[in-house]
Ligand binder design. Structure first.
Ligand code: C2E
Ligand code: CA
Ligand code: CA
Length: 549
């Protein structure tokens, strides 16, 4: 501050100096004018130009006396004006300098804040959490007492994000962050590690059980429903706990082990749990599974099974749904529920879907050549739907395997469409333009949006098996099935009921006007050649023969 005042008084001196220089020039000009006026007045009064006539003029001419005063008056006035101006300017400069200084401070603060905080939630980010862990670690080590770190991950956040869109996903994360922060003490740190993963640092605990109590409280804090986009959401989470020094001697190890504990808790659906060495084996299995899946996609380790779809009017197979399996060298035949979520998380879903499409179209061409005139239904994930290259890849495969596009149905869940409706709609319209049909899979289980359904190029609705399987016993399910059939027909779409397990259900669906059935009653998913064999029995009656169990 002293330095600033010095600079300012220097500036003021400089300004005054500059103004004074102009005042001296003015003074010289006015003295010149006086001399000229005196010379002229002397000449007019005595008829000659010399010193005597000038002295005489100065003594006798009143106007020259006034003129003589001017340089002094103007010099005084100039000096006065210059110091007033210099003062005013320095005040302005002072104001502007302190404004600039405040701005620079704010920018510096913001940059610091952004480097250490998560912009969305305002919570400390990974960098700051790590830094606070280092501090907690050094004081815990010095005082020989424990501290704990909790890693929390929301369950099914991806589905919420996919269904309600990223904007609403972000709104949910903000609300979650606020609740977590309100639950812990001021000395604890709640941070966001990224995505839907949070960390809670408890720098002072007296025993590992304290960390479990906090984990319980955090889960309780999430229990009241969240409201996002007018929808009430139940949000659950999984928490992994690592305690110093029991589970690790350094900050890196503790964070990594809390993460391992979190994953195991998520799989076991136990809410929270502490790390233990046995968990490392599981986490390695997950890692190696994703590597093995990548390899299997490339080397032909995947298999397609087909489940017949039977037209209730003709009672003949009208199509088959391709369902992927993974022939794992050690774990045996694995079902999609075990590896599709993994593929979606690790980005393997795109190559997997491409493999399914190509293999499915090849098989469809084959069974049509063998006399089974039936289409093929393919399952498409949310991630695939925002792939702008999908329609192009499809067009190429259709051409390569000479499959009529009207034989192809893509099964898409409502949540996959709602993940990014704009992009999904664009991809769906382009697929539709090629001649491929769309079906809404698992209808009734997602956040249905009729408004979207009407906009989509959808020609089929697939009633979820959870409504179909017990529709003969459960009146609510029966109502839903009946209403869905009417709704679909009113929208000009056909209806498939999945999970049809017996003739009684099939008959009832036929009475309700359902178009196509699929399920254990039409046959469990089977190999391509078995499907062809099935259709060659005349007439092709639905049977209860099961291929997979
Ligand atoms: P989904 O599309 O709803 O497929 C129907 C699932 O229900 C299949 O299980 C099928 O085997 C089973 N199912 C069929 N009939 C009956 C029945 O009468 N009773 C019962 N309880 N179940 C029946 P799967 O093959 O294990 O597939 C599970 C899910 O995995 C599928 O559900 C689908 O969402 C996904 N999936 C399968 N193949 C693919 C694929 O190639 N790509 C993608 N993205 N997802 C796939
Ligand atoms: Ca399906
Ligand atoms: Ca389904």
């Amino acid at each position: 501050m002293a330095n600033q005042t010095e600079i300012l008084s220097g500036t003021r001196r400089l300004l005054k100096g500059k103004v004074s220089k102009h005042a001296i020039i003015g003074l010289l000009i006015s003295v010149g004018c006086i001399l000229l006026a005196t010379t002229l007045a002397g000449y007019i009064e005595s008829g000659s130009i010399n010193l005597n006539s000038m002295v005489y003029a100065q003594k006798t001419n009143f106007a020259l006396w006034i003129l003589d005063l001017m340089p002094f008056l103007f010099t005084l006035w100039g000096q006065y004006a210059s110091s007033v101006m210099a003062n005013e300017i320095s005040v302005v400069i002072m104001d502007q300098t302190s404004d600039l200084r405040a701005e620079a401070d704010a920018i510096e603060y913001k940059a610091n804040y952004q480097a250490t905080h998560d912009i969305l939630t305002g919570l400390p980010n990974r960098v700051l959490v790590f830094d606070r862990m280092l501090q907690a670690h050094s004081s815990a080590k010095r005082d020989e007492r424990p501290f704990a770190v909790l890693v929390m991950d929301l369950d099914h956040f991806k589905e919420i994000n996919d269904t309600l869109g990223h904007y609403n996903g972000d709104r949910l994360l903000k609300q979650v962050a606020a609740r977590l922060k309100d639950t812990v003490r001021d000395i604890d740190t709640v941070g966001r590690l990224g995505g839907d993963e949070f960390a809670v640092l408890l720098p002072t605990i007296s025993a590992p059980e304290d960390a479990e109590d906090v984990a319980k409280k955090l889960l309780e804090a999430l229990e009241p429903q969240f409201q996002v986009h007018g929808i009430n959401l139940d949000v659950t989470a999984s928490i992994g706990i690592a305690v110093y020094p029991e589970h690790g001697d350094d900050v890196d190890t503790l964070l990594q082990r809390a993460d391992v504990a979190m994953y195991s808790t998520k799989n076991a659906r136990t809410g929270y749990g502490q790390y233990c060495p046995a968990l490392d084996a599981n986490s390695k299995r997950r890692l190696s599974l994703s590597g093995e899946l990548r390899q299997s996609i490339e080397t032909g380790g995947l298999i397609l099974h087909y489940q017949p779809k039977v037209n209730l009017r003709t009672e003949r197979i009208s199509g088959a749904e391709a369902l992927v399996r993974w022939q794992h060298p050690e774990h045996g035949l694995m079902f999609p529920d075990e590896f599709i979520p993994l593929a979606e998380r690790t980005g393997l879903i795109r190559p997997l879907t491409i493999w399914v499409i190509e293999q499915g179209l090849k098989d469809c061409a084959y069974w049509n050549a063998m006399g089974l005139n039936a289409g093929i239904s393919l399952n498409i994930s949310a991630r695939d739907l925002i792939d702008p290259q999908l329609p192009e890849s499809f067009a190429i495969f259709l051409k390569t395997h000479a499959v009529d596009p009207s034989l192809v149905v893509l099964e898409i869940t409502e949540s996959a469409i709602m993940a990014d409706p704009q992009r999904a709609l664009d991809v769906l319209n382009r697929l539709n333009a090629i001649g491929i049909k769309m079906s809404v899979d698992d209808f009734g289980t997602g956040y249905s949006s009729l408004a979207y359904l009407k906009q989509l190029p959808v020609s089929e609705i697939k009633i979820d098996k959870s409504f179909v399987m017990e529709m003969l016993q459960d009146e609510n399910d029966a109502v839903i099935v009946r209403a869905t059939i009417d709704l679909a027909h009113n929208l000009g779409m056909s209806v498939v009921a999945e999970g049809v397990q017996d003739r009684a259900t099939s008959d009832q669906l036929k009475r309700l006007g359902c178009d196509v059935i699929q399920g254990q009653f039409t046959g469990m998913p089977m190999e391509r050649d078995e499907l062809i064999g099935r259709s060659t029995r005349e007439p092709a009656q639905p049977s209860i023969v099961s291929a997979e169990g």
